[in-house]
Unconditional design. Sequence first.
Lengths: 464, 245
Amino acid sequence: MVANQEAEAGSPGAGTTVDPMRLASRWRCPTEWDRAAAELDAEPLPSELNTVNSSGLFAVVSTDKLSVRYLGSHNHGHDVGVVQANRPAPTRRPVYYFEMGVKNAGYKGQTSIGFTTDSFKMRRQPGWESNSCGYHGDDGHLYRGQGKGESFGPKFTSGDTIGAGINYLSQELFFTKNGSLVGAVPKDLKGPLYPTVAVHSQGEELTVNFGKEPFCFDIEGYILEEKMRQQSVTDKVKLEEPNISHWIVRSYLLHYGYQDTLNSFDLANATDPPASRQNGHREPPPEIYGLSHRKLLRQLIMSGDIDTTFKRLGEWYPQVIKDEKSVICFLLHSQRFIEYIRAEQLEDAVKYARANLASFLTHKAFEGLLKESVALLAYEKPAESCIGYLLDAPQREFVADAVNAAVLSTNPAMKDPESCLYSCLERLLRQLTVCSFERRTFNNDQGDAFLLHKEVRSCERSRR
Amino acid sequence: MFLSRIVLRDLDSIDSPASMASSKKVVTRDEWERKLRDVKIRKEDMNRLVMNFLVTEGFVDAADKFRIESGTQPEIDLATITDRMEVKKAVQSGNVQEAIEKINDLNPTILDTNPQLYFHLQQQKLIELIRAGKISEALEFAQEELAPRGEENQTFLEEIEKTVALLVFEDVKNCPYGELLDVSQRLKTASEVNAAILTSQSHEKDPKLPSLLKMLLWTQNQLDEKVAYPRIDDFATAELKDPSI
């Protein structure tokens, strides 16, 4: 029996029944969440100037690799002291930006800033060669691979701070001078783009800032504005049913058995002006099944009363806990154990663990949670330990959600087993996440992709 | 293993218009469902999204119940929702003076810093006087309170002219600006008030959820141009539709 179930659970997406292992796979400790979020968009960043690939003949890069000085004699157009960053600009973000400070404009003031590719001729100004772009100090012109530049912005000289950026949302390159936007042009360069600066006459000297120091230009504000512009584009899309959000919120409350909230929500919808709020003419969602039972079970688990939870489940939905080796039983037992720890009944905890938890140790999928739970015993003050999160409300909620899904799966009218695991809202958010990442992949990995956690946090940040 | 991505094959061929005409890449349902399963979504983030909706839309009782049932802390003091909803209700039922007083109780700077909102409330007040048939009161109010504002601002002046025109028509159904007397005008003013109060509380004036749904629709449409994949067309069921090949 046990082996059989394991085999079933092992194959992802197996069959028509709810795969209980997937409930356990939702469990994750906070540090793991944070690592996951960081990994998703992690990219190596340009951090210093490249001293290997630069035109050593004509320029010298300082030992901290953050400034460059002209060494050549400026006899022609092929002795430019041009330097790229050590890495190309990262792409999985809305905007990339860096700055340079003109320390000394030298004899002719022919410093420049821009972007070039791997194959750039390292003795030319950025913008002089095809597939490169540069903003030049001596004439204020922008060079985009054509023979001559186009008038673009002011000239720049000693003491000025010049910035160059890639806006992945609008697909533009933009430049700044002393903190003000100079202008933007369509980004028609292909391939990984290297931040590039150049010097081309005696005495010229530049420093670069890849973000280690605060920028002169308000890049945060610029990104915020760009994102708002992007949002105003998507906000123009018309939803077929303008009030669909009400429906989705309602089905979320139903799904998780938040019955009191649901009742208040329905009451408010019933008494308010009807024109503004309507759920449309829809069938009630299938999640109404076992609503008040599910609400009570959730309350019991959230209050830490696992013994009664077992009892009620035995009365109402015996099939959920029939298999003693099931995920649900494991989660409830481990939660019972955690509750003993919370109540500081350590001896009871040990006794309980021996009787009910030890047998689960052979299960690979339970290992993480089990090990961490048992480790609580090792701490004098477990709540303050690195696994103290097990004693927090979200851990109870995790167990409550699993029980909720298990109860939903006993509904004989249930058509789609997925619907026990995921609310409508969650399925939409998963779809949005995948679509957004796929779209970015097709877009040469450019731009930021949707992550709910980032989105929810950003609306909290903007409030401060 | 995170959101397994499609391996970037020949990017140039995706970009070039020639390949656009040829058949699109297809992501099968199985493949897509695997990607969907790999997405990591935190329950507490979904709870926060729902709380944000309840708070912004003014479901104060539901927000309070949700706080208890889910343990999610609301983004703002729930008492301020009650105040906000009372102001909104006052405008919706035509008690503009009451609404103005309540707004000032809540935060006197709201009307000071929103001349347009203040004007719209005054305009609504005039509309309500006309609706109630209080002609002389309406005239006095228009002359004393509204006319000076029209001198400051051309748009306001035009609005005043339209509103005062209501007085001239015995049967307002014939008046070209009769829609000012419509319930929708009250709702418009009420939602403007609602947004201003939320902004004054440094809260976004729209809930997050509807704009995420729009983002989903938009992103699906964008992705459609590149690849055939299972879409979700009916947001109420969130069912995947097999990719059309």
